[in-house]
Write a protein that binds this ligand. Structure first.
Ligand code: FAD
Ligand code: 2HG
Ligand code: ZN
Length: 476
């Protein structure tokens, strides 16, 4: 299924092409350079939709090496794409043309945890699951979790401002990130990670500029993340709803009855449920009803008796078709696998058009219904699921026959325009990458886009960092 979802941007003619002498120079500056066939897997993205032609992957082990690689590439006008775990879903982490890949996976040291403040300091290449396991040993947790936790890096999470399934509880990574070290395009190291203070209003919040910048403004090398205490008592309820309005009522009731112990509210529609059940034949839906929606509500607290009483009140207050509470940890994990398995289930079944949008809750599901109607004659699978607690819908359209121009043309720009008409966001949590720069104007004013272009030129005057991503060519 390797057809591109959209035409690839034309190569910038101001960028140089990597020569043998450059490879020799970079080898002298960086302790690991991957070349030839070994570089190929780094070029292809998670969804198997985007493929670059990078000849080399630089894998620095220290901030100094990152600095040396960037200083050289900047001087020679060689483009660079930063890559963490390569789980991004908008083609941001792979080159579009022949950009040098800078892989952060060796920046993987956890420096330590300040137990008074809960601030952990670590390298950008630390895998989220590894960081979370370390924190749990010390009775803390990472303030985010997502289906790709076993592969994605904390640097990639910051660079995309990843949301995930705990957003409803802990909020945006922007709030949790209290310090960052990053390297500018010219190799300058900017150290804003010297403090693990929760409060620091000394002028501009420079780390915030890097968060969500998707490798276009600098390379994040180290971070300080404020982490919440572990809430050891976890419960998962699995509910069947007959309409999306019923799903919304579950959410508002969960908020009002569960309060501070509410830790996730996720939903799946029939299309998503069927796909994930098909991909996990070992897991059964504990609810036998044909009701078209499932909602997963998780609580996490510090007092088992108090949490159970609250959960009981919540279950009494809702009016749904059917429901159950997972009786064991393995039953909880199975329900989470059903929810978090939808993305991969759709991707492995065929060519998938993925949309990650936020919309007003009252009209959120309309987009899935309209899409189903629009594509009715084309025999594709449509699934709607996501982080209903954050009004974040994932709309996936899977075509088992592979890429079809006809399907693509019916979906884009229509989906993005529908979202903009409803005053939603065309990227709730995955970012813009190489898939959406040309639609940025649907969410950003001309003045805002111009300012983004100006900031890009200040941080990266030769435009070497992750070209063709995030910003439309018109603002450069
Ligand atoms: P990559 O994919 O390697 O890179 C992503 C972007 O960040 C690229 O533009 C890259 O250039 C840049 N980047 C990476 N590291 C750095 C760095 N150190 N400095 C500067 N730029 C950098 N996202 C969500 O928000 N919520 C979800 O619930 C969610 N679930 C997912 C589930 C699955 C199964 C998959 C495959 C992906 C999911 N994602 C989700 C998408 C993805 O954004 C996250 O997985 C993650 O944040 C990306 O981290 P990464 O290390 O893989 O980054
Ligand atoms: C999720 O919440 C991820 O499962 C992936 O953000 C969504 O693949 C997708 O569309
Ligand atoms: Zn998501």
């Amino acid at each position: 299924f390797s057809a591109p979802t959209m035409p690839v941007a034309k190569r910038h003619d101001w960028l140089s092409t990597l020569e043998d002498a450059d490879v020799a120079n970079l080898n002298a500056r960086c302790s690991k350079i991957i070349e030839g066939a070994d570089a190929k897997p780094y070029n292809r993205d998670w969804m198997d939709k985007c493929e670059g032609k990078a000849r080399i992957v630089a894998q620095p082990a220290t901030t100094e090496e990152v600095s040396a690689v960037l200083a050289y590439c900047n001087e020679k006008r060689l483009a660079v794409t930063t890559q963490g775990g390569k789980t991004g879903l908008v083609g941001g982490s792979v080159p579009v043309h022949d950009e040098v890949i800078l892989s952060t996976t060796r920046l993987n040291t956890i420096e330590g945890l300040d137990k008074d403040t809960g601030v952990v300091t670590c390298g950008a290449g630390v895998v989220l699951e590894t960081l979370d396991a370390y924190l749990r040993e010390h009775d803390f947790v990472a303030p985010l979790d997502l289906g790709a936790a076993g592969t994605c890096t904390i640097g990639g999470n910051l660079a995309t401002n990843a949301g995930g399934v705990r957003f409803v509880r802990y909020g945006s990574l922007r709030g949790a990130c209290v310090g960052l070290e990053f390297v500018k395009a010219d190799g300058t190291v900017v150290d804003c990670a010297r403090t693990s203070l929760r409060k620091d209003n000394t002028g501009y919040a420079l780390p915030q500029l890097l968060i969500g910048s998707e490798g276009t403004l600098g390379v994040i090398t180290k971070c300080c993340i404020a982490c919440p205490s572990l809430s050891p008592f976890v419960n998962v309820a699995w509910l069947a709803c007959n309409s999306f309005d019923e799903v919304r009522k579950v959410l508002t009731t969960a908020r009002s009855t569960l309060g501070e112990i509410l830790s996730a509210v996720e939903f799946l529609d029939r299309g998503a449920l069927d796909a994930t059940l098909r991909a996990h034949p070992d897991i059964e839906d504990p609810l036998e009803t044909d009701a078209p929606f499932r909602v997963l509500v998780e609580t996490a607290g510090c007092d088992a008796t108090h949490d159970a009483a609250k959960l009981e009140r919540f279950l009494e207050a809702i009016d749904v078709e059917d429901g159950c509470v997972a009786p064991t940890t393995s039953a909880m994990n199975a329900l989470w696998t059903l929810r978090e398995g939808v993305s991969d289930a759709m991707t492995s079944r065929g060519f998938v058009y993925k949309y990650d949008v936020s919309l007003p809750p009252s009209t959120l599901y309309d987009l899935v219904e309209k899409t189903t109607e629009r594509l009715e004659h084309l025999d594709v699978d449509v699934a709607g699921y996501g982080h209903v607690g954050d009004a974040n819908l994932h709309l996936n359209v899977c075509d088992v026959t592979g890429y079809r121009e006809e399907v693509h043309a019916l979906l884009e720009p229509w989906v993005y325009e529908e979202v903009a008409r409803s005053r939603g966001s065309i990227s709730a949590e995955h970012g813009v990458g190489q898939c959406k720069p040309e639609y940025l104007h649907l969410n950003k004013s001309v003045e805002a886009m111009d300012l983004m272009g100006s900031l890009k030129k200040v941080m990266d005057p030769h435009l070497i960092l992750n070209p063709y991503k995030v910003l439309p060519a018109s603002v450069l």
